[in-house]
Design a protein around this ligand. Sequence first.
Ligand SMILES: CC(C)(COP(=O)(O)OP(=O)(O)OC[C@H]1O[C@@H](n2cnc3c(N)ncnc32)[C@H](O)[C@@H]1OP(=O)(O)O)[C@@H](O)C(=O)NCCC(=O)NCCS
Length: 193
Amino acid sequence: MTSPGITWPRPAGPLELRLPTTEALDRVLVWRNRPEVTNWLIRTEVDPEAFRRTWLDGLADPDDHSAIAFLGDEVVGTVSLWRTDAMGQSHVPDGPWRNAQAGIGYTIDPAQAGRGYATAVAGALLALAFDDLGVHRVTAGCFADNIASWRVMEKLGMRREQHGVRDSWHAERGWIDGFTYAMLADEWRAQQR
Ligand SMILES: CC(C)(COP(=O)(O)OP(=O)(O)OC[C@H]1O[C@@H](n2cnc3c(N)ncnc32)[C@H](O)[C@@H]1OP(=O)(O)O)[C@@H](O)C(=O)NCCC(=O)NCCS
């Protein structure tokens, strides 16, 4: 859903992010279970009914900012942003660590890959996280071999903070390396100047 003050739709370069509807999700489901898409995902093949339900239920969750990416009237991708607490000491129960972090993820219709769309939508997620939600830090993870995904993060100025050696299990490849990228609010603001 959306927190107070967050408005939809939101621009994302040539694309627009809109809240999910059953109709838009059905259009995502045309390509969501293709092997080129599931290959590097953690949640691989999805059951269509469960997928629709999860996305539509998310509309009621103030920490879930998932959306569908449109190019005009065409559905070209999905984005997810989930706000969480950062690591913080519990004796300051409502310290700055509360709701201070967001994770992001994205998928693009394979027919639309390589056109900068993931970079555009992930950039819009960083703007949402830092400018509108006011989080301190945004993170994103991927398999190290998912070059297109971490190229997107690097193009946006995110920093590779963790190279996990064989920390991630892939059904065909077994234990392989994973990367975690991050950006801080200060870094985002410096980059916007
Ligand atoms: C990963 C994904 C989101 C990228 O979407 P996209 O719209 O093609 O991404 P962009 O066009 O914005 O940028 C991709 C970048 O990776 C580069 N790239 C892609 N494949 C590459 C490869 N095998 N080797 C080197 N660079 C590669 C592209 O050249 C581009 O970089 P550039 O602009 O510097 O040339 C898309 O392929 C996808 O949805 N994959 C399946 C789901 C997925 O893996 N999601 C991410 C989970 S962590």
